[in-house]
Ligand binder design. Sequence first.
Ligand code: MRU
Length: 385
Amino acid sequence: MLQAIKYNQGNLEVLDQLQLPFVEKYIPIRTAKDGWNAIKDMKVRGAPAIAIVAMLALASELHTLQSAEKIPASSEETRALIAKKLEYLVTSRPTAVNLADAAQKLGAVATAQAEQSGATGQSVVSAFIRGAEEMMGKDLEDNQRIGHHGAEWIMANATKPDVSDVAVLTHCNTGSLATSGYGTALGVIRSLVSKNVLRHAYCSETRPYNQGSRLTAFELVHDKIPATLITDSMAAALLADPKAGVNAIVVGADRVAANGDTANKIGTYSLAVLAKYHGVKFLVAAPRTTIDLATKSGNEIVIEQRPAAEMTNIKGPRAGAPAVDGNVALETVSIAAPGINVWNPSFDVTPAALIDGIITEVGVVEKGSDGLFHMEVLFNGAAPQ
Ligand code: MRU
């Protein structure tokens, strides 16, 4: 399986996604600052992956401090140190709630440990590190469950009359590269493959950063899944084409509000509008760590603006450059008129009204008889299905 994140007892490495699919290079992340930079620069991206890397980056820094015997003796001082680093890590990218959620949960773990009688700086650090390490395994398990629930839902609701004739369009990258493994929306595609019902996957290029053509296409080719790349502007024509026979669009999410409005990669909203027009099911796949009940609707979601250069420049292999260790030298070229103004929001918000189901690790949430999503059912013990 492709691995965006490699971690072993304080040694963290991430696959540099700025260089994919041309160069496969892991870079070490030793401190919270290294993690912040890798997330901000999008060397690692995808809502679950940035949360995991941020927490493991801090875990790695704490491991180093431990080895150097530099952990403060006082549990309170150590808790405050961890809280400060978490606050800093959360500022790296604002839209995906997974990062804030992880920081809040692990901050609470450190606080709970610090309040134990006899707590020491060491015991607070150990509790934090354990929590951060557990997150990675939990994310993989959640993704496998999301894949299963999503595939079952599609087979039951989107493929009549022939359940073994599934064609899915996905957007951005939600796979092993965006998570600790398997993926969310791409996990649903993987699960459809394992159930032997996927006829074809389509992935959109996902301008401007090309997570689709660079990363999802890379994963689909790697797994030998029958797949075709389209530009974002071809989606309407694809859905209108009976030969393509797309039954469902499945995307990931960076933040799902309490009413089901969903922030995800820019272009997601356009696909949802197209799906409604063409009568194609539109599904969001995300772990519960992406559901933000504190955000009532999409209007409250902060949308990150990315630098103009990520739209006006593209990176590719330098023509004629010799490969070193199987990797080629990359160069950046400009593809826009110098001087043009640029608007580059990284995400958009798809209104809940356009979404047929939200696939989570505990089941698929559909709208109630009032026509609205009630995302709180995911947290009050009531099974969504
Ligand atoms: O800007 P990115 O590449 O971090 O955006 C990623 C997405 O929008 C994904 O769809 C989302 O984070 C879910 S990843 C499982």
